[in-house]
Design a protein around this ligand. Sequence first.
Ligand code: GTP
Ligand code: MG
Length: 194
Amino acid sequence: MTTVSAIVLAGGKSSRMGKDKALIPIQGIPLLEKVCNVAKSCTDTIYIVTLWPDRYQNLQLPGCEFIQENLSNTQGPLVGFTQGLEKVKTEWVLLLACDLPNLRVEVLQDWVNRLDNVETENIACLVKNTQGWEPLCGFYRSHCLPLLLDFLNQGGRSFQEWLKLYPVAHLPLSEPDMLFNCNTPEDLQQFIAT
Ligand SMILES: Nc1nc2c(ncn2[C@@H]2O[C@H](COP(=O)(O)OP(=O)(O)OP(=O)(O)O)[C@@H](O)[C@H]2O)c(=O)[nH]1
Ligand SMILES: [Mg+2]
């Protein structure tokens, strides 16, 4: 089976939520912990990229390694991903946002099993929606790092724009609510109510 690592992004400002999304308890478990638990079903190597590892010190995150972003301010998920990718030693990396309360282990494991059959030209393997790729719940080849650095050096910061430059393979998703992400207090209320 393909070996993968995982990168969990937890360096966003949570400005729409008004408090750190990573720490919001879902059924009593902080969201970042929940996401890392799901990532654990795919790999033993999990990197959490954040500007503030101290905040997450008391979470149950066994085996997860913090990567402290060496920036004075957040630069967005593409930059956070790049900082994580610099550590990755496996061929593929699973990238996850920290605000995905609905992730399903069986779906992610099915996706991992598909990676061996992805054509080599593809730099990533992602779900597509009507607006474009879902960049924050899917797989990237670690050798895309130089391409990503080039893009950042030219001032690019958008996942969607970067992904337009290279071939990307599709991942199937029969239940799109798995990608529901909690951005606002209303999103959270909606999630808790369902
Ligand atoms: N490491 C890192 N993660 C980031 C950065 N910006 C966003 N993220 C993460 O990327 C994911 C998606 O980001 P958003 O849903 O926009 O979250 P956010 O930026 O915290 O929220 P808003 O401030 O409301 O836009 C979340 O897991 C964030 O923690 C960043 O600069 N560095
Ligand atoms: Mg989000």
